[in-house]
Design a protein around this ligand. Structure first.
Ligand SMILES: C[S@@+](CC[C@H](N)C(=O)[O-])C[C@H]1O[C@@H](n2cnc3c(N)ncnc32)[C@H](O)[C@@H]1O
Length: 300
């Protein structure tokens, strides 16, 4: 196979570092989609992610301090001095705890430690053809544990629209809709649905693994709609393929690892009899055998 690395930037200048594509003689069709570095409002989403709806802090400092900053006092510190993620998972609920970065209304400087995801991709990423799993993404330089890699950005859509799009897919279609649940207190779970198939960023090319090297964390900057941020969950080597767990790794979401959706009670009435489970080809020792399918999208 005659592979070559192209200089072209698939983000077309939307990211601060170019995102390259490794093509193999153009045999594999590169999908046609519109690049967006951040979520945009899609059908059924109550809030426009570009609107500033969250308040800011009044720290007139280079970087916010926990003792005086409203953002850090309310939600805790998320990043260390190098901007790497501190431990995020709430062992009690299995959900990520809320992350709020300082935003455009905050009076702290652009250098504030609590501004990471909003600065965008800062590691060299390359989209390449994996053969069995279609396109994938690798990182061209080593990345340390906790480093922000990229968002999973696309159209933020509502529940009904996510359900409609999910059900209209055939077994051959790639599935891009990610459903992320967050514990919202008093037994409530708030869900965010992002579909990057038509409008999306480099995250749309990242494959699933049952033993991933990235973790997805919902991060809010100026909007109540979270940005689905992917951080290194361990040190990653140069040229390693990037992956995350499509189920979010959260035990309490309704992710089913059934071999056959058709065998589920009520599958027919939910219009799910046409859904096929896709074999997972991640190659991990603990591989569940099938890609996660978030059936919470499919319930009324
Ligand atoms: C978000 S896309 C990932 C990028 C995709 N490979 C492409 O070429 O555009 C998700 C789709 O990629 C494929 N995929 C991702 N991870 C996979 C895995 N571990 N095993 C098999 N297929 C996978 C599945 O078709 C899945 O629906």
């Amino acid at each position: 196979m005659n592979k070559r690395t192209c200089d072209e930037d698939l983000s077309r200048g939307h990211e601060s570092v170019p995102i390259t594509i490794e093509r193999n003689d153009g045999k594999n069709v590169y999908p046609n989609f519109q690049y967006t570095p951040e979520n945009i409002k899609g059908p059924g989403c109550d809030n426009d992610p570009s609107e500033v709806t969250l308040p800011g802090c009044s720290c007139r400092s280079l970087s916010c301090q926990r003792e005086s900053c409203l953002c850090l006092q309310s939600y805790g510190e998320t990043y260390d001095r190098e901007g790497r993620l501190l431990n995020q998972c709430d062992g009690a609920t299995g959900y990520s705890r809320p992350v709020f970065e300082c935003n455009v209304l905050c009076e702290c400087s652009e250098a504030c430690q609590n501004r990471v995801v909003q600065k965008g991709v800062n590691v060299p990423l390359c989209v390449f053809w994996t053969e069995a799993r279609g396109w994938g993404v690798k990182v061209l330089e080593p990345v340390l544990c906790g480093t922000f890699v990229c968002e999973y950005a696309g159209e933020a859509i509502g529940f009904e629209e996510a359900r409609r799009r999910q059900l209209s897919q055939t077994a051959q279609d790639m599935n891009y809709i990610i459903a992320v649940g967050e514990y919202a207190g008093e037994g409530q779970v708030s869900q965010t649905f992002v579909d990057p198939v038509a409008v999306g960023n480099v995250g749309r090319f990242i494959n699933h693994s049952c033993q991933p090297n990235l973790i997805m964390v919902p991060v809010r900057v100026h909007s109540v709609v979270p940005r689905l941020a992917l951080f290194a969950r361990r040190d990653i080597l140069a040229n390693e393929e990037l992956s995350f767990d499509y189920s979010g790794g959260h035990s309490s979401s309704e992710v089913e690892r059934l071999n056959s959706v058709q065998s589920m009670p009520g599958a027919k009435s939910l219009g799910m009899e046409s859904l096929q489970r896709k074999p997972c080809l991640c190659g991990a020792q603990n591989c569940a055998g099938f890609l996660p399918l978030d059936i919470s999208v499919l319930h009324h």
